[in-house]
Write a protein that binds this ligand. Structure first.
Ligand code: PHE
Length: 355
């Protein structure tokens, strides 16, 4: 056998048996390194007799190609093996039950939004959402609040451009408009979310939360509104009896309009809802103004209804005994640990809202 054939037989079988990268690298050097076997043969071509040179060179080339392709094949096999064993070691059994989930906490505002959604869904409301960045039409004009209406100033609006076309919504009421433009009546929705006004003290934050309610159908009247809110407050505070007071008020998008206070007292430093003679305003409401319905092309001879806007942060403060609104938005981990909720304890009406 020629030297080339011996090399071929020897090394092809050696390469086949290799099972780690290091050995493969060693063989590569042994063959193709500076003083490697194949390298030296190439160097010696010049010394070979002229008539054998061509054959020798072509045999040597084919040997080189065969060895290289075998080396590449083994190298990629080893790579796949390595990846597979890595994957096997890093495997996580996602069907195992979670053990240490209690690390994070749900913010009281998120918890209260879940509670509110659960309570209203029991009586047939569905949840809608709208964007924080609104246009001036949805936030004001369509809600019967024309240019120069004093309510526009009262809302301390954050405008986003000089033309005052874009703004951070000052209430969740624009979701009423979005919902009524999108679908046909009847409507029975709530819309929780963030709202913004340039205002900040112990009971006001520039970003706060509201939940809008809208119920439009045939023959809906103020008694339905009262019944609905009465049910909601009782469920939310988990009490059998509440004191509720409707005070006449004004909103451009409702007529008549009212603000609602709930009665409470403080006993041993604790807030008790439904007793005592203190009153706290928690929401605005009324019968949707016919102009609003006309703006969204609803036939006011057939349909009417009520709307309300509840301050979520206030409800959370009352229910969970938190006395400074600003703490909600300071992201203090210790505060969150104290007032936060278990992530897996999702509130439902039948299981209990706050356990
Ligand atoms: N959007 C009103 C506010 O933010 C609240 C409200 C909503 C009043 C719906 C009436 C009807 O003050």
């Amino acid at each position: 056998m020629s030297e080339i054939e011996t090399l071929r037989a020897d090394f092809l079988s050696k390469i086949k048996d290799i099972n780690n990268k290091q050995d493969l690298d060693n063989i590569k050097t042994e063959l193709f390194g500076k003083n490697g076997k194949i390298t030296s043969l190439f160097k010696n071509i010049g010394k070979i007799e002229a008539d054998k040179k061509k054959d020798f060179a072509s045999n040597l080339n084919s040997l080189k190609n065969d060895l290289l392709s075998e080396i590449n094949k083994i190298s990629s096999e080893l790579e796949i093996k390595e990846i597979n064993s890595k994957l096997k070691n890093e495997k996580i059994d996602i069907t195992l039950p979670v053990r240490n989930y209690v690390e994070g906490k749900i913010h009281p505002v998120s918890q209260v939004i879940d509670e509110i959604s659960s309570i209203f869904s029991e009586i047939g409301f569905s949840v809608e959402e709208g964007p924080d960045v609104e246009n001036e039409y949805n936030n004001f004009t369509a809600l019967n609040t024309p240019d120069n209406h004093p309510a526009r100033d009262m809302h301390d609006t954050f405008y986003l451009n000089n033309e005052k076309e874009l703004l951070l919504r000052t209430h969740t009421s624009p979701v009423q408009i979005r919902t009524m433009i999108k679908d046909k009546p009847p409507f029975k929705i709530i819309a929780p979310g963030r709202t913004y006004r340039s205002d900040s003290d112990q009971t006001h934050a520039p970003m706060f939360h509201q939940v809008e309610g809208l119920h439009i159908d045939k023959n809906i009247n103020m008694a339905h509104l009262k019944g609905c809110l009465n049910y909601f407050i009782k469920e939310f505070f988990e009490v059998k009896k509440i004191k509720m007071r409707f005070r006449p008020s004004h909103f451009p998008f409702t007529e008549p309009s009212a603000e609602v206070d709930i009665g409470y007292e403080i006993k041993d430093g604790k807030i008790i809802i439904g007793e005592g003679d203190k009153w706290l305003e928690i929401l605005g409401c009324g019968m949707v103004h016919p102009n609003v319905l006309k703006n969204v092309k609803i036939d006011t001879k057939k349909f009417q209804g009520y709307a309300f806007g509840i301050g979520i942060d206030r409800l959370a403060m009352l229910k969970y005994g938190i006395n400074d609104l600003r703490a909600f938005f300071e992201c203090d981990y210790r505060w969150l640990n104290h007032f936060g909720f278990d992530p897996l304890d999702v509130p439902t009406n039948y299981r209990g809202l706050s356990r």
